[in-house]
Design a protein around this ligand. Structure first.
Ligand code: G3H
Length: 498
């Protein structure tokens, strides 16, 4: 049943092309042009979105600036109330939004619904957390610093940055959009969203839920279009006061071009899974399959290299292979475990890594199989450091196994990566796990579980090329504010009376 673009969502569609959202209205671009969104499964155009112009971006920025001033003066509890309302509307409309995720990014049907529900929960939690942490400030007194009397009282609290530009990636176009929108809004900022092309229609439906909740016009906008036309224009726009980006190495280019604005960046990873001899091998196999192959490996936190002690490698590889044989491969509508990867160029890139490993002598645990964008799950054993797949992120259902002879070897491989998002260790020895965790140069280390961003209030950050700053609900709210102080200067120290 086609639900997207119908019912309450009918106004976001103009004929065949989805509208963009500006100044509280759904509009068609003056460019008269649109961008096609290709369904990864059928490889045919599924949807079209407006190709916005730079002039339209300018107008959105002007409206955001005006709306933000009034929003910053809106009581915190009222901001929270609207966010709660948006969260409820989002959950109510999970079906049409999930349908877009299935068609645009081939997300398995159940996972698509979970992404929307998780997003509603994230927005509600953000509203609550905002009320908790933004309702508090600090009081400092001067006499703790040498040479001062107690005659200065400093009151500090958090104020918004202004206009936040949010750029989420294709793999969570709704969830990683609201993880930026929620914190920005509760903190009193305006928000301009540039969704990924693949995932844009799901994002537009999500934005409509915020519209239905009744946020002031101009406060939230969503512009769609070609990166070549509006990408740099947006990220270098003087009206932007903060950029929150999740995606690939485009983020490195953005960070070089962006002006003097705070940046929050999450740019992928090569998450290592280090398996020690005393690990629970069934737990390991389950986590390798879930961590490496869910959403066909298209997660920044996917397990992307297994570093396993030689003595247990055969047993674990066998267990993993048995589980891989049971995965359902096919279209997302059938709720398959492995679905087509997002674009043909992604599939070609993955194939390039596989062929390189083949030429260099990796052991193929399954036959390599591809039909269009659909790639069957593949475990590559006996991978060596001279193979590209030992270092590069396939973002697909292909996982390399490197056999190691010492923990140090595993740590060395993990730390030699230019990425440093997450990593995981499997062992029953908690003391050893803590030592290894400290030695791993990654933003998070999971002990006895595959890497994951959630729960969404946990801090989430990457070292090296994996990113700038820390996310997670609390950290994102803090990141999208700055500290403002008011100092009360007394004519004499306050403790002189009495
Ligand atoms: O793709 C990057 C996401 O932040 C990963 O989120 O761990 O919930 O799949 P996840």
């Amino acid at each position: 049943m086609a639900l997207a673009g119908t019912g309450v969502f009918a106004e976001i569609l103009d004929g065949e092309v989805y509208r963009y959202y500006a100044d509280g209205e759904w509009r068609s671009s003056a460019s008269g042009k649109s961008v096609a969104i290709v369904n990864p499964t059928t490889r045919k155009t599924q949807y079209r979105v407006q190709a916005c112009t730079q002039e339209e971006v300018n107008k959105v920025m002007d409206a955001a600036k005006v709306a933000q001033k009034a929003w910053a003066r809106t009581p915190l509890w009222k901001r929270a109330e609207l966010l709660h309302k948006a969260a409820a509307i989002l959950k109510e409309h999970k079906a049409p939004i999930a349908e877009c995720l299935v068609k645009e990014i081939a997300k398995p049907a159940k996972d698509a619904v979970s992404e929307v529900v998780r997003s509603g929960d994230l927005v509600s939690y953000t509203a609550e957390e905002g009320v908790r942490i933004l309702g508090e400030g600090k009081l400092l007194v001067s006499d703790s610093f040498p040479g001062n009397e107690r005659n200065k009282y400093c009151l500090s609290s958090k104020i918004p940055l202004g206009v936040v530009l949010a750029i989420p990636p294709f793999n969570y176009p709704v969830n990683l959009a609201v993880s930026k929108i929620g914190p920005a809004l509760i903190a009193g900022n305006a928000l301009v969203l540039k969704p990924p092309t693949q995932g844009a229609v799901a994002a537009l439906h999500m934005v409509h839920c915020f519209h239905l909740a009744g946020f002031p016009k101009g406060l939230i906008s969503c512009v769609t279009g070609k990166g070549s036309e509006i990408g740099d224009f947006l990220t270098m726009h003087p009206g932007v006061n903060c950029i929150s980006f999740t995606g690939g190495d485009t983020g490195i280019a953005i960070s070089k071009k962006a002006g003097m604005v705070p940046l929050q960046m999450e740019l992928g990873g090569k998450d290592a899974c280090i398996v020690l001899e005393d690990a629970d091998l069934d737990l390991v196999a389950g986590n390798i399959v879930k961590g490496g192959f869910s959403y066909s490996g298209q997660r920044c936190t996917a397990v992307k290299v297994v570093l396993i002690m030689e003595s247990i490698a055969d047993a674990v590889v066998q267990k993993v292979n048995a589980k891989l044989a049971k995965l359902k491969v096919g279209p997302p509508e059938d709720d398959s475990d492995i679905t087509p990867v997002v674009t043909e160029s992604s599939a070609n890139f993955i194939e390039g890594l596989v062929m390189d490993a083949k030429e260099k002598g990796a052991t193929f645990c399954q036959e390599y199989r591809r039909e269009g964008n659909l790639i069957w799950p593949l475990l590559l054993d006996h991978v060596r450091p001279d193979m590209r797949i030992a270092w590069e992120e396939p973002f697909g259902p292909v996982l390399p196994v490197i056999r190691i002879n010492s923990v140090e070897e595993g740590i060395h491989h993990c730390n030699a990566s230019n990425f440093g998002l997450q990593g995981c260790i499997f062992t029953r020895d908690i003391n050893k796990a803590i030592l290894i965790s400290d030695a791993m140069e990654t933003g998070t280390v999971q002990i006895n579980s595959a890497p994951a961003r959630g729960p969404d209030h946990f801090p989430f950050q990457g070292l090296k090329d994996s990113g700038i700053g820390s996310q997670g609900i609390t950290n994102s709210i803090n990141m999208m504010t700055k500290v403002k102080s008011t100092v009360i200067n007394l004519p004499s120290p306050s403790y002189t009376m009495g």
